[in-house]
Design a protein around this ligand. Structure first.
Ligand code: SAH
Ligand code: SF4
Ligand code: F3S
Length: 440
């Protein structure tokens, strides 16, 4: 018998890429490939890439360059590029880096086995179509054992919003919702294998509208409600949402569905109406804050997180101050902030950039404020009870680490038997990036 072939996948970018990497591993698993964490051992190395900012995209080329010695040592090593850089740059990738044997976009990776057969035969393979068929209908059902009690499940893909700075509508294509019946099957399969928490994923997850088995169109709140009935599933989360798709039933769900965790990632990008308009966000700072008020009325302990872009073309000091004001009004438990990066093909890329030193300075000021708020949110937990889903061993012997309801890292002294369990704890201390707690 020959040894099985080995596949190494490096994942960049968002959680959807994490989910896709698992699906690609399963598609190749059906072809006899086993996953290795060690690139040196691999027969096939796949980079599942992100195009969202220039740095992320350029990283792919420096990582590809670093594979050269491996390929020189083992000429039969195959190298592929998947994900959003693959979609955006296609054949250019092979032209710029001849090491690459295969380029596959996010909507065609169900064809990976067939593409690999061509590569094995000495050809190069490229597929960045946006085919009409649903790749999930052509991928093997979940088989691999789940290592973690918390899993991702892509329910919606693509984006029709076309924010002026963003590549996602081009790299992922139009919005598509997967049917609820398939999703409930997949969720059940995850729960059967020990998963206790599922995070529903979509570039615009709250725009979800799936064709239900009852002939109705299901909203995200409908889907969460049905998932909530799955016995053994303890927690549900969803990400990422757009403010304009935060419907009444979804707001109400935060107060009504006990398995839905009190944490919401709701990007706003800027607090300036002028910049929001230039970004084509189609909401105002005021409407966003009003929405937050409604969410907090439904679920008073809701922890909020957001995304921010500073230095969008035309952003003045006054615009930036509006962002700082919005952040002070909302109070975030966590946040991601980025310096604007001009992306080829997007409308904003045509406009002149804010000087780099100005943008860097604003980013530092915003991050200082957001870090302060994150600390305050953590500190406020001391003395309070929360549930934790223990996911792995902690740094100290006898310790386990997991996530609180508010998605904060929590460690506590706990027996290994509690791994993969949801447990009540009392928070005793707020550390730099985690909470210390005691079992109750
Ligand atoms: N669909 C999600 C996430 C999109 S990408 C949403 O609409 O919120 C994640 C984040 O990357 C965005 O929220 C935005 O803050 C940031 N981002 C996207 N394009 C960017 C760009 N060109 N430059 C800097 N940050 C960007
Ligand atoms: Fe990008 Fe805007 Fe779509 Fe989010 S809503 S993926 S930021 S275009
Ligand atoms: Fe990046 Fe594509 Fe996700 S561009 S953020 S990997 S959708």
């Amino acid at each position: 018998m020959t040894a099985p072939k080995k596949l190494h996948i490096k994942t960049y970018g968002c959680q959807m890429n994490v989910y896709d990497s698992e699906r690609m591993a399963e598609a190749m698993g059906a072809e006899g490939y086993v996953v290795t964490e060690v690139p040196e051992d691999a027969d096939l190395i796949l980079l599942n890439t992100c195009h969202i900012r220039e740095k992320a995209a350029e990283k792919v080329y420096s990582d590809l360059g670093r594979l050269r010695p491996l390929r020189d040592a083992r000429p039969d090593l195959k190298i592929g590029v998947a994900g959003c850089v693959a979609q955006a740059e296609g054949a250019e990738i092979m032209a710029r880096q001849p090491l690459v044997d295969l380029v596959v976009g996010p909507q065609t990776y169900h064809r990976l086995p067939e593409m690999m057969r061509r590569v094995e035969a000495g050809e190069k393979a490229l597929d960045t179509e946006m085919p009409p068929e649903d790749k999930f209908d052509h991928l093997p059902r979940l088989r691999t054992p789940v290592a973690k009690p918390s899993a991702f499940l892509t329910v919606q893909e693509g984006c029709d919003k076309f924010c002026a700075f963003c590549v996602v509508p081009y790299t992922r294509g139009a919005e598509v919702s997967r049917p609820p019946a398939r999703l409930l099957d997949e969720a059940r399969a995850l729960v059967d294998r020990g998963v206790r928490e599922i995070t529903l994923l979509g570039q615009n997850v709250n725009a979800y509208h799936g064709a239900g088995p009852d002939g109705r169109t299901w909203s995200l709140a409908d889907l969460i409600g049905a998932m909530g009935d799955l016995e053994g599933l303890a927690r549900i989360r969803f990400t990422t949402s757009h403010p304009n798709d935060m419907t009444d039933d979804l707001i109400a769900a935060h107060g009504e569905m006990p398995k839905l965790m009190p944490y919401l990632h709701l990007p706003v990008q800027s607090g300036s109406d002028r910049i929001l308009k230039a970004m084509n966000r189609k909401h105002t700072a005021e409407s966003y804050v009003a929405l937050i008020d409604r969410l907090r009325a439904a679920r008073p302990d809701l922890a909020l997180s957001g995304d921010f872009i500073v230095g969008f073309p035309g952003e003045t000091e006054a615009d930036f101050e509006d962002t700082m004001t919005l952040v002070r009004r909302v109070g975030y438990a966590a946040a991601y902030s980025f310096r604007y990066s001009a992306r080829p093909g997007t409308p904003a890329a045509e406009k002149p950039d804010v000087p780099q030193d100005v943008a860097v300075d604003r980013l530092h000021r915003l991050q200082a404020l957001l870090t302060e708020q994150q600390r305050a949110a953590q500190d406020a937990m001391v003395g309070h009870e929360t549930s934790v889903l223990f996911e792995k061993a902690g740094r100290q012997p006898g310790q386990l680490i997991g996530k609180s309801e508010h998605l904060m890292a929590v460690h506590a002294e706990a027996p290994d038997s509690l791994l993969g369990q949801v447990v009540q704890v009392r928070v005793t201390e707020s550390k730099t990036n985690s909470l210390a707690a005691k079992l109750i």
